[in-house]
Design a protein around this ligand. Structure first.
Ligand SMILES: [Mn+2]
Length: 403
């Protein structure tokens, strides 16, 4: 058995960042590049694990763009199988059903999903033959309501002689840091499939499940700043099955440069912090090539307030130097007198001290000295001891800071 398919997901066509038309075009461009590569790779079919569109009712422009791309796949004789994701569904249904009517896409999510009974529900799937190989595809749409119950009751008659793919748009508990976003325990996934095509989680993730593969390609473009910070790459998978062995090839898709920088503003005035932002923009502009720059300011200002970081001049210089946009975040920047609040539940005094000093953005050396001083000054001392401890403190400061 030899099968080759593409697994893509969370393409969010129609999405944008910072209300920029350019970023909306980037999402389209990413999809177009993916379609180019899919055609180039001559795959047998495409699996899309949901969130084709960013909204249940995409704009006409977005819809027509997607139509053109699906037509290209159709022309290349590559069928597309999908489950609607959470973003594809609106109160009126899903726009994907329009593509289905004109035979450009096949929704493999079970119709029985909405008519579930009390007992085990027998879900159906789709069987088709490609180059003499049988492939069975079955899936669930990206709905949240009663989702645990639905997975518990999920039952499907699996054919023996087919390659079996389960397509779903839910977050499993085994994805690191997915809590509190996970929808189901990994063990709730139905057994017996060869490939589990996941969507809804926007970062690339692969794992083994009863010696088969669970795969999330993640989103095709950076949907928000968190993804810009955490994900090095975006893309999708080409999956090859050869005599029962499934292998994955990652295809990177990059449309625009995105750079995230942290800027320590400890002991700076608001004006100096702004100057540092400008300096960084001037230095990095040539590497950015009309890209997106995210500046995260942190530490405690010496004077002025975080509201005085001059975004107007930052935007102006950013444009002058050919950066598409510079976004400045000040949520981790402290004003000279603002308090730091720390959740102290189930933490030791040492942990609280450490966290407090880290939040102040002192470097490791300073934190070490501060901890020593706290411990010295925290003792109840008398007579000679005081002088001895003060000398000790001075030594530490001299050794660690003044040298
Ligand atoms: Mn999504």
């Amino acid at each position: 058995m030899k099968i080759k398919f593409a697994h893509i997901g969370d393409t969010h066509i129609g999405a944008s960042n910072f209300k920029l038309r350019e970023r909306e075009e980037d999402f389209e461009r990413a999809f177009e590049i993916a379609v180019d590569k899919i055609i180039e790779e001559k795959v047998d079919f495409v699996i899309h694990s949901g969130d084709l569109f960013d909204r249940g009712r995409p704009s006409l422009k977005t819809f027509l763009f997607c139509l053109e791309q699906l037509k290209r796949l159709k022309k290349a004789n590559i069928p597309v199988f999908i489950v609607p994701g959470s973003h594809d569904i609106s109160t009126e249904g899903t726009s994907i059903s329009i593509f289905e009517r004109v035979d450009l896409i096949k929704d493999v999510s079970s119709r029985e999903f909405f008519e579930m009974g009390e007992e085990k529900s027998n879900f159906s799937g789709m069987m088709f033959e490609i180059k003499g190989n049988k492939v069975f595809i079955c899936g669930l749409p990206g709905r949240r309501a009663r989702i645990n119950e639905i997975y518990e009751k999920f039952y499907v008659d699996l054919p023996k002689d087919a390659y079996k793919i389960f397509v779903f748009h839910h977050i499993i508990s085994d994805i690191p840091n997915s809590v509190p976003f996970s929808d189901i325990a990994t063990s709730q996934l139905p057994k017996g499939f060869d490939y589990y095509a996941g969507g809804h989680w926007h970062s690339r993730f692969e794992m083994k499940y009863n010696s088969h593969l669970i795969v999330y390609p993640g989103s095709l473009e950076y949907c928000d700043v968190r993804e810009m910070e955490s994900d090095a790459e975006k893309g999708f998978y080409i999956v090859e099955v050869d005599n029962g062995k499934t292998s994955l090839k990652w295809i990177k898709v990059k449309v625009r440069k995105i750079m995230v920088r942290k800027l320590n503003c400890n002991n700076l005035s608001a004006h100096e912090a702004t100057e540092n932002c400008l300096k960084l923009i001037r230095e990095e502009a040539k590497n950015l090539e009309n890209g997106v720059l995210i500046l995260k300011l942190e530490g405690r200002l010496k004077s002025g307030s975080r509201g005085e970081i001059d975004r107007t001049i930052i935007e102006k210089v950013s444009k002058e130097f050919g950066v598409l946009i510079t976004q400045v975040y000040v949520s981790d920047l402290l004003d000279p007198t603002s308090a730091i609040s720390i959740d102290i539940r189930s933490k030791s005094l040492e942990q609280i001290e450490q966290e407090y000093l880290e939040r102040q953005k002192y470097d490791t050396k300073m934190i070490k000295v501060a901890r020593e001083l706290i411990s010295i000054l925290g003792q109840e001392l008398g007579g000679d001891e005081i002088e001895r401890e003060v000398n000790k403190a001075c030594e530490i400061i001299e050794k660690e800071i003044l040298q």
